[in-house]
Design a protein around this ligand. Structure first.
Ligand code: SAH
Ligand code: SF4
Ligand code: F3S
Length: 468
């Protein structure tokens, strides 16, 4: 048994990051024969992409996927630890699995992802949910075949490393989409914002080499993919941990030069955004003019307590530079009710929102995460007050989101049609600026980038028709 350790997860050293290749023994390739798996994913795009890897590994072992948990022989929850409510959802689901296991005791159930990296969670599992068969961490995904072999031999498996982390290349992926793909460019995070659990659950920042990334993008392009999204907690810091003479602007340029039709990247920490990168975005038509630029707070005092290393003024300066990218859309993340946030601090946040008029924003109430510095800060604002602030912020955010969308009415935009819309017989897709559009079109258009005229605009989506 290898349990996670909070103390170890905090450590950062100069140790060299090891890169290994994914390998599965032939003897394990039939372990899942006649068995079905069900996987539920919580959290961010990193987790979504990890799930794509896990699915492919399971299918390499002859498991087949089912959408119905009740029919599964193997159930996995790929979890997120970012806020309390993510936790609660997972524990609710664990309750449902327990129920199912009472009637079907042979079901194998396990959890992985960011909650599996938390010492407190694994302790709770060992105390209260000891019937779970498998717990594995974000650094242990490539070892899943061996872990499952032991589980099927009757041994419970807990394998969670809290080490800083390695890189596994050539992991297979069963991608959700045939048209757009996630591409990890880096793992982990070294920023240690005081409220955030991610540096503890994902380990130190490890960039993949430019060669490996470009190879993956070229492969995707030759398979017919139209869009790649470069993934990392701080993509702008890409390469800083490598002994290499390239950075994020060079990588972005190289990915653009592969000629793949659309390139996106998330998430950009304001701290590392360089002018060179802005130039690359401006100079390449296939780098999409869409930037997610988390603000978190507009108050310098709170930003300092959060450890974000920028000020309201420097954020706005960067924002204004980004606004010079033609047709750009900018979205953000905001936390309200950080420990000690006063009404005046909150008004600074509202002030930034009124200035930036974001295309949209994800807004959250601060959630205390055990082991982070902010969890120890004095928090004397009532939940009611925090909820009121969130509501006030959301009203403003929605107003600007609608205003941003309104500008699209009767305009022609390019949309990559990626799936069926859940409204009527339409298809859905995103504009270059990441606006969701429902388009009247038959299925033959799936996977195509088409010119669409916007006929109706709502706060979170638009309707349109194809123009020839
Ligand atoms: N790496 C990204 C953020 C990833 S987490 C960045 O630095 O911008 C996604 C968002 O969740 C964060 O931007 C933040 O707004 C929110 N978040 C993170 N920890 C939180 C916490 N403890 N409570 C509430 N929101 C949190
Ligand atoms: Fe969390 Fe900050 Fe890292 Fe983003 S940059 S993942 S908010 S520690
Ligand atoms: Fe959640 Fe882990 Fe992502 S905590 S937001 S799944 S990195």
């Amino acid at each position: 048994m290898q349990k996670p350790c909070l103390k170890e997860a905090k450590v950062r050293t100069n140790s060299v990051v090891k890169t290994r290749d994914y390998h599965i023994d032939d003897s394990l390739k039939t372990l899942g024969k006649n068995k079905k798996y069900f996987i539920r994913t919580y959290g961010c795009q990193m987790n979504e992409h990890d799930t794509e890897n896990i699915k492919a590994i399971l299918e390499d072992m002859s498991f087949t996927e089912t959408d119905e948990m009740e029919n599964a022989d193997l159930i996995l929850l790929n979890t997120c630890a970012i806020r309390e409510n993510a936790h609660n959802k997972v524990f609710g689901m664990i309750g449902r699995i327990k129920h199912l296991k009472e009637t079907k005791p042979n079901i194998i159930a396990g959890i992985c992802g960011c909650m599996a990296q938390e010492e407190v969670v694994v302790d709770e599992i060992l105390n209260k949910y000891n019937w779970l068969n498998l717990v594995f961490g974000t650094h242990n995904i490539d070892n899943l075949p061996n872990l499952l072999q032991k589980v099927y031999a009757g041994e419970k498996q807990i394998e969670v490393y809290s080490i800083e982390g390695d890189i596994t290349e050539n992991m297979p992926a069963k991608r959700d989409s045939k048209y757009k793909a996630w591409v990890n460019i880096m793992y982990g995070c070294d920023k240690f914002c005081t409220y955030c659990i991610v540096p503890y659950t994902r380990g130190k920042q490890r960039s993949r080499t430019m060669n490996d990334i470009i190879k993956e993008v070229m492969d995707l392009k030759s398979q017919g993919y139209k869009e790649v999204t470069l993934l990392g907690q701080n993509v702008n810091a890409y390469g800083k941990d490598l002994d290499a003479d390239y950075d994020m602007s060079d990588l972005l340029e190289a990915v653009a030069e592969t000629g793949i039709e659309r390139v996106r990247f998330i998430t950009s920490h304001p701290w590392d955004f360089t002018d060179k990168m802005i130039d690359v975005i401006k100079n390449h038509d296939n780098v999409m003019p869409y930037i997610h630029l988390p603000l978190q707070s507009g108050s310098d005092r709170i930003l300092k307590l959060m450890g974000r290393r920028y000020t309201k003024e420097s954020y706005l300066k960067l924002f204004n530079k980004l606004k010079e990218i033609p047709n750009v859309s900018i979205t953000t993340d905001i936390i309200v009710g950080f420990p000690g946030e006063t009404r005046e601090d909150f008004e600074e946040t509202l002030d930034v929102v009124n200035t930036c008029k974001y295309d949209s924003a994800f807004t959250f109430i601060f959630s205390s995460r055990e082991g982070t510095p902010a969890a120890k800060m004095k928090d004397d604002i009532s939940l009611k007050e925090k909820e009121d602030r969130l509501h006030e912020l959301n009203v403003l955010v929605n107003k600007y989101a609608k205003e941003a969308n309104d500008k699209y009415l009767n305009k022609e935009v390019l949309v990559l049609l990626e799936g069926k819309s859940n409204k009527g017989d339409n298809l859905m897709g995103y504009t270059e600026t990441m606006k969701l559009v429902n388009v009247k079109a038959s299925e033959e258009y799936l996977g195509q980038i088409v010119k669409v005229k916007i006929t109706e605009v709502k706060t979170w989506s638009m309707d349109g028709v194809i123009v020839k």
